[in-house]
Design a protein around this ligand. Structure first.
Ligand code: GLU
Length: 446
């Protein structure tokens, strides 16, 4: 049976390159195992979650080539969480606590002063019914903690290998706030059970949650616990973490800047792995290369400059069919011949437009030796033109003037394109056509 994976962003911002990593790793894992990919919006925080961010995230994923098999929202699923918390309460594993943040903070300070770790002391477990009633009468509302089993939790991490956490070193986690809202921990497990998720792949900032969640899975999932994989996190080149609000590395901004989605995907996934960072043309190809156990334990440094080079390399190998629609939309009609001619000269697809202008004009010719150019103009072959015209013409010019090599080609290039560099004229010249070429050779802007 194929795997079931999920990517679970909170719609409180747009995706950046750092959270593209779990999105992609999950998608690739599903592709490699013939599995299904669920997009789950973790929107239990109703104040900060917005519909607009959710739509934006879906669009960001779509742009990366990730089409979910199923989309769910936690805000539609509260009855499931309520039922799970009732069950935990009935089992004595969810208990009410009345301490305020200030009280907890004072307690942590006292513990620190005595050299103790800041672990919640379970004082609320000892409250009598009268004490609880008194707290309620004072208008206090409880928050609810999960009573951890103080034992070592072990799992075989898909990325990190055999892993364990001693739960005696953790505070009983708060699952429900005093205002009744759910923190991330419980809904995530309830959904993973309900949606039969088999593989939970996420950043290593969730390792501690995993120990807690495995205990919850054991209770709520009838003993079935998914596999877990915790990937290393992306940092900036200088080693800082990427935050969701970091604008310029958002997928939306990178897209706007003209980067190719597969350049982003290749870098986001291959950096910090044992695979060489290189442009890969499709998610299916990437899925064949990437293995979770090839990811390194060290943070993966994301270098924007590497992205420029990768984008260029990717375009240099991109077949026409993959960009045909976008070239057409940009008003470029040159078809495959044009794309194959210019792709080696572009770092971003948008630069193809400048080369299209070289074909269709207006181009300001640069003519240094007008006698030479006039002679060359007189030798322009008659139409029809194909890819042989450039060689036929330059052979004739060479025979007539004795010019050769750079001395032959550069003046012609400058006159025809106004530039001293660019794609092969063998392909460009037939696209420019005889009429425009003749005008430019006569020194006219055309
Ligand atoms: N909403 C959580 C986050 O974005 C999901 C973590 C998980 O994959 O379980 O960190």
């Amino acid at each position: 049976m194929g795997s079931v994976v999920r990517f679970a962003p909170s719609p409180t911002g747009r995706l950046h390159i750092g959270n593209a990593r779990p999105a992609l790793l999950n998608r690739l894992h599903a592709l490699a195992t013939g599995g299904r990919f669920i997009l789950r919006f973790d929107d239990t925080d109703r104040e900060r979650s917005t519909e607009e961010f959710a739509r934006g995230i879906a669009a960001d994923l779509e742009w990366l080539g990730i089409r979910p098999d199923l989309v769910v929202r936690q805000s539609d699923r509260f009855p499931l969480y309520d039922a799970a918390s009732d069950r935990l309460r009935a089992l004595g594993r969810l208990y009410p606590c009345y301490e305020s943040e200030d009280e907890l903070e004072r307690r942590r300070k006292r513990q620190a002063a005595r050299g103790l770790p800041p672990i919640y002391d379970r004082a609320a477990l000892k409250l009598t019914a009268e004490e609880k009633a008194a707290a309620e009468a004072e208008g206090r509302r409880p928050h609810w903690r999960f009573l951890l089993d103080h034992r070592r939790v072990e799992w075989d991490d898909l990325v990190r290998g055999p892993s364990h956490i001693d739960c005696a070193s953790l505070s009983d986690p708060v699952l429900i706030r005093a205002d009744g809202t759910y923190l991330y921990t419980l809904p995530s497990v309830v959904d993973d059970v309900d949606l039969a998720v088999t593989d939970v792949i996420r950043g290593e900032d969730h390792v501690t949650n995993t120990a807690v969640q495995i205990q919850l899975f054991e209770i709520l999932g009838s003993g079935a616990v998914p596999r877990f994989g915790h990937h290393n996190l992306l940092t900036t080149a200088s080693g800082e973490g990427l935050s969701k609000r970091l604008g310029h590395l958002s997928l939306a901004m990178l897209r706007e800047a003209g980067f190719e989605p597969m350049a982003i995907a290749s870098l986001a996934v291959l950096v910090g792995s044992s695979e060489a960072v290189r442009p890969v043309g499709s998610l299916a190809d990437l899925a064949a290369i990437v293995r979770l156990d090839h990811l390194s334990r060290a943070p993966a440094k994301f270098d924007e400059h590497e992205l420029d080079a990768l984008n260029a390399k990717l375009l240099h190998e991109t077949p026409h069919a993959a960009v045909a629609d976008r070239l057409k939309a940009a008003g470029i009609e040159g078809g495959e011949a044009f794309w194959l001619a210019v792709r080696g000269n572009v770092e971003r697809l948008s630069q193809a437009s400048a080369w299209w202008t070289v074909v269709t004009g207006p181009v300001e010719p640069v003519i240094e030796d007008s006698a030479f150019i006039a002679k060359a103009a007189g030798l322009l072959p008659a139409e029809p033109w194909d890819e042989t015209v450039w060689t036929r013409w330059t052979d004739a010019v060479k025979a007539e003037t004795g010019a050769k090599g750079r001395g032959l080609f550069m003046p012609l290039r400058l006159a025809l394109t106004g530039l001293d560099h660019g794609p092969e004229l063998k392909v460009l010249l037939p696209l420019i056509g005889r009429a425009r070429a003749a005008k430019r050779l006569a020194g006219d802007v055309a």
